[in-house]
Design a protein around this ligand. Structure first.
Ligand SMILES: [Zn+2]
Length: 322
């Protein structure tokens, strides 16, 4: 979750509290034990833990608004689920993942209970990448303010509503995707056929459950590179900076099309000072996560070998049948 300087002035639709939603909201109230991502602590950004709120969901009587791909920000996601060229461009520049890999992916909606432990959509949600699809939690496809929680302000102790309906929030989209796109290259190494996807998921399970825990797993640590670069160029102190405001204005301007956006973004990403910041952030990340980067390289090398052997076997089988 990212903090903007004047949160109250943002054009966030007011939360709509149906009677039952109130109950839900209270059930979701913050308490001190909670370790969801803090908006003030950028090192913990996207450290979205798996919240077991099955108890809480039992209290929810109102049904969530239907999540639709059309409710993602139009400037980020096309109606067929592919990413816009301007969004893919920014993500590629931040993460270092090739543009064509990002353009080949699809965005999907992550239903509750599907495959992996799911993220609490009220508290910001998350995503899981499977093959060439990045499944995002429902709150990324909602523009009504349905997803929110009560957050205690650290200084004043007062509670306020934190909106997590990100259907109108290209910045939150770009920030989460800056992490997820790295998983696309990892998945590619395993192969995006059924066997490859199965092996990729098993590897993640092995790394999470038996060795590291979610955020310490090497494939997760290295995926943070795009977000580390994002933070270095778009966050100053605790807040999104002027370049982030420019980024947001480009992605929120309804009068611009994909081509117009790309032109504007090129101006920013071709600025020598900006390029220097990106390069520095990437170099710092390489030092900080050198161990995880080495582990990732070894895991992906092995996966690629297996993938290519599998391809060869299929080829030989086909050959011998002829
Ligand atoms: Zn991840």
């Amino acid at each position: 979750m990212l903090t903007r300087p004047n949160k109250s002035e943002q054009e966030i639709p007011p939360p709509q509290f149906a009677d039952d939603a109130h109950e839900q909201m209270h059930a979701m109230e913050d308490d001190d034990k909670d370790v969801h991502p803090s908006v003030l602590n950028f090192s913990s950004l996207n450290r979205l833990e798996h919240v077991d709120d099955t108890k809480e969901t039992k209290n929810v009587k109102t049904s969530a608004p239907e999540a639709k791909i059309e409710n993602a920000p139009d400037s980020i996601v096309n109606d067929d689920g592919s990413l816009t060229i301007s969004a893919a461009f920014v993500l590629s520049m931040l993460s270092g993942v090739p543009l064509e890999t990002i353009l080949a992916c699809k965005i999907g909606i992550k239903e509750r209970g599907l495959t992996f432990p799911w993220y609490n959509a009220n508290k910001g949600g998350g995503a899981i990448t499977v093959g060439k699809t990045i499944f995002m939690t429902e709150n990324f496809f909602d523009r009504t303010g349905y997803y929110h929680y009560m957050k205690k302000d650290k200084e004043t102790g007062l509670k306020k509503v934190e909106n997590t309906s990100y259907g109108n929030d290209p910045i939150q989209w770009l920030y989460l995707l800056a992490h997820e796109v790295r998983h696309l290259t990892q998945a590619e190494a395993f192969g995006t056929d059924a066997v490859g996807i199965a092996k990729y998921l098993l590897k993640f399970t092995e790394l999470y459950v038996t060795r590291f825990g979610h955020n310490a797993a090497p494939l997760e640590k290295t995926a943070d590179e795009g977000q580390a670069v994002f933070q270095a160029v778009f966050v100053s102190g605790d807040f999104l900076n002027d370049d982030a405001a420019f980024l947001e204005s480009v992605f929120k301007n309804p009068k611009m099309n994909d081509t117009d956006r790309l032109k504007q973004l090129e101006l920013l990403f071709e600025n020598p000072d900006f390029i220097k910041k990106i390069d520095e952030a990437r170099a710092n990340f390489a030092i900080k996560e050198s161990k995880a980067l080495k582990e990732e390289a070894a895991i992906l090398d092995e996966a690629k070998q297996e993938r290519d052997q599998r391809k060869t076997k299929v080829f030989i089988n086909k050959e011998t049948k002829q």
